[in-house]
Design a protein around this ligand. Structure first.
Ligand SMILES: Nc1ncnc2c1ncn2[C@@H]1O[C@H](COP(=O)(O)OP(=O)(O)O)[C@@H](O)[C@H]1O
Ligand SMILES: O=C(O)C1=C[C@@H](OP(=O)(O)O)[C@@H](O)[C@H](O)C1
Ligand SMILES: [Mg+2]
Length: 170
């Protein structure tokens, strides 16, 4: 049981939403996925928000739900891959809890994001190159905000959860 928020950050497809749910059950904490909360607040899905309001509009909504969650009850919070692109979000996470950076190889990210089409930023001719470009930009941000990095390439979600629980300490 953690007495502070646990944030999962990392690139699209690394497993934040999947692992967050399992981790919350393991820690006996509520689970919130910022993307799902944004959709609930907006009454529309993420592709619609990107279409109608652009990435900037989505980022505004993302910052607003993060602020709300940081002020709320202790929870495991799976963020969207771009949460770290605003410095004020990074500061909020650093100041409000334990931040875990989930990482994976480009091959795994390509594979894990290829199964659905719900990520607007990957609806491009060359999603692999887009993933590489995004990682180049964001990897330093993920590292700067994180208390721990857990590589998920070799681990199934349950094993990743155990790694995070160990990193959280007693
Ligand atoms: N450790 C893992 N090993 C293999 N596949 C995984 C792992 N974690 C998640 N996945 C799969 O990868 C896909 C993307 O996971 P998701 O939790 O939506 O990632 P994110 O929220 O980081 O974008 C899902 O199909 C999920 O089942
Ligand atoms: O990396 C990003 O900028 C995004 C990641 C997505 O979440 P996941 O990382 O859960 O796929 C979602 O927030 C949106 O499509 C934008
Ligand atoms: Mg997710």
């Amino acid at each position: 049981m953690s007495n502070q928020h646990v944030f999962l950050v990392g690139p699209m497809g690394v497993g934040k939403s999947t692992i967050g749910r399992l981790l919350a059950a393991e820690l006996n904490l509520p689970f919130v996925d910022t993307d799902r909360l944004i959709e609930a607040r907006t009454g529309a899905d993420i592709p619609w928000i990107f279409d109608m309001e652009g990435e900037h509009g989505f980022r505004d909504r993302e910052s607003a739900v993060l602020q709300e969650l940081c002020e709320g009850e202790v929870a495991v919070i799976a963020t969207g891959g771009g949460m770290v692109t605003r410095e004020k979000n990074c500061k909020l996470m650093r100041d409000s809890g334990f931040v875990c950076f989930l990482s994976a190889s480009v091959d795994q990210l390509v594979e894990r994001t290829s199964r659905d089409r719900k990520r607007p930023l990957l609806q491009v001719d060359d999603p692999r190159q887009k993933i590489i470009d995004i990682l180049t930009e964001r990897a330093p941000l993920y590292r700067s905000v994180a208390n721990v990095e857990v590589n998920t390439d070799r681990f199934n979600p349950k094993a990743v959860v155990q790694e995070i629980v160990a990193a959280l300490g007693p």
